[in-house]
Design a protein around this ligand. Structure first.
Ligand code: NDP
Length: 258
């Protein structure tokens, strides 16, 4: 029943083969979706080459730059989607950023610029991409974002990213309420800690993973594939009655009181 044949799915946030978005892209492909992939462009084009090589086996029909701080690039991205796909069914928002200096030490040391940047890239971007996708989701659709427990509880060193995730999770609810009448569902996955480029910037991430391995009911943290499977479910008709929710894919860690 998990069939995404004929669905056009845009996946953001693939940096390398450890990225959660990579796990999601693989599972969406496996379920039959037609993929579009974005990458964060850099001056020397290194990320473009790396991501392009990685995703080649999934045969994405679109491969485009997307820096969510660049309005013109987002407009171009969705113009291309409109021209080449006609409509979009699935949007995966799987990106975040905060300066390394903001991801350890005292939270109150965060600068105005650091705070604004983290919220802009990690939370506002969901609103912006959803607004751009809305008119192209002509047959309804599913939008999925990635969040973390640090958005609802204080996790050491997560700091400003916790504030960004709290905003992101509220974005999910407001967007779900707005887009529901158009048949568009919006949900978040709160993943357990996984070693990636982004998470390695958070002070003490390895200790956090070990803590989860000790405390979580499943006695391990989760994999990119498990998060990808949950995303495929949320993008499929199997979850047609679910919107505005945060689904915890964390080996059960969040239920524990220690
Ligand atoms: P990755 O580093 O693999 O992915 C983060 C992605 O965000 C990268 O592709 C990065 O691009 C991209 N990005 C950063 N800034 C921008 C920007 N301005 N415009 C567009 N893209 C940008 O890490 P993860 O896979 O861990 O992170 C994916 C999501 O999952 C994030 O929202 C993260 O908070 C969330 N998450 C991660 C958990 C974990 O433990 N890893 C746990 C729970 C949630 P580039 O690398 O090229 O800079």
């Amino acid at each position: 029943m998990l069939n995404l044949n004929g669905k056009n799915a845009l996946v953001t946030g693939i940096a390398n083969n450890r990225s959660i978005a990579w796990g999601i892209a693989q599972q969406l492909h496996e379920a039959g979706a037609n993929l579009g992939v974005t990458y964060l462009p850099d001056d020397k084009g290194r990320f473009e080459k790396k991501v392009k090589e990685l995703v080649e086996p999934l045969n994405p029909s679109l491969f485009l730059p997307c820096d969510v701080q660049n309005d013109a690039q987002i407009e171009e991205l969705f113009t291309t989607i409109r021209d080449q796909w006609g409509r979009i069914d699935i949007l995966i928002h799987c990106l975040a950023f905060a300066g390394k200096e903001e991801l350890s030490g005292d939270f109150s040391n965060v600068s105005r610029a650091g705070f604004t940047r983290a919220l802009d890239i990690s939370a506002y971007s969901l609103v912006q991409l959803s607004a751009a996708a809305k008119p192209l989701m002509t047959q309804g659709g599913s939008i999925v974002t990635l969040t973390y427990l640090g958005g609802v509880r204080v996790i050491p060193n997560y700091n400003v990213m916790g504030i960004a995730k709290a905003a992101l999770e509220m974005n999910v609810r407001y967007l779900a309420a707005e887009l529901g009448p158009s048949g568009i569902r919006v949900n978040g996955i709160s993943a357990g800690p996984i070693r990636t480029l982004a998470s390695s910037a958070v002070g003490g991430i390895l200790e956090m993973i070990h803590h989860v391995e000790e405390i979580a009911p499943l006695k391990r943290t989760v994999t990119q594939t498990e998060v990808g499977n949950a995303a495929a479910f949320l993008c499929s008709d199997l979850s047609s009655g679910i919107t505005g929710q945060i689904l915890y894919v964390d080996s059960g860690y969040c239920i524990m009181g220690m």
